[in-house]
Ligand binder design. Sequence first.
Ligand SMILES: [Zn+2]
Length: 330
Amino acid sequence: MNINNLPKIELHCHLDGSLRVETVIELARKENIELESYDYDKVKKLLSVNENCRSLDEYLEKFDLPNKVLQSKDNLRRVAYELLEDAASENIKYIEVRFAPIFHVKNGLSLEEVIESVVCGIRDAEKKYEIKGNVIISCIRGLDLKHVFDSIEAGSNFIGQGVVAIDLAAEEREGFAHEYVEAMRLAKEKGFRITIHAGETGFGKNVRDSIVLLGAERIGHGVFIYNDKEAYNLVKENGITLEMCPKSNIDTKAVTNYKDHPIYNYYKDDIKINISTDNRMVSNINLNEETSNVIKTFDMSLDEYKEIYINSVSAAFCDNETKEELLKHL
Ligand SMILES: [Zn+2]
């Protein structure tokens, strides 16, 4: 099986975790951001984790520098374009790019301008490559609730025009969902689809809450549903797709290695899964490598891969016309 040639759908990819190292260096120079070194290997170390990364919190520190360089329209538009260019080269046919607008307003951009810049970058790439993309607006747990409502308001201007969904990301406390019930209700009312990072670092019950209290249609990661029977059944019975990113889970020590990752057991038990990278730069991986690691570790057949592709198309937040196009790539 030639894995590079397989068509792919990426549903879970953070823009600010997926920059090219050389672009970060160039933008840091352009924006007069002082780095200890501008050497490629040294900057790469600043931007990506190694096997010594101990937790999700430590993993998230890698986003500091990317967000420093992403404070202008041009820079945002450029990195969104480059991400789709990279994705197209991996034969990704559709990608949902997520980012938190609130991280990009430090130099005076409005939330709307931030979102518009990323959408423009995606459209630029769509014109040049055989790939389509949409935006998921991430809100950050641990920041104030006001930015969640502000991000929903700003993003709602782009629903149907590049923005498709809302997400809650970053640190995961047990029982976090209760705080966001009102915000997610509003988001849904405004036409956002809903995906939530949950069950990433140990709490299966958070997946249950995300579905029941927040209306999540997909779950980012959901690794730990195995320790909460109710969450497991809820995911399975409601056909909730888990956006799974094994390398990222290994990096954050949620699982020890590919073999121990539950992705294939879930798939075999009829739970819907998608294979994504989470953060190309931080986890030092692309979707060809991630797909290959999963297929080889579990000795998956081509038919099994096709089933995952078809499910990923059906779980995508794009319109039906796009879905029909995506199915033709098989
Ligand atoms: Zn994520």
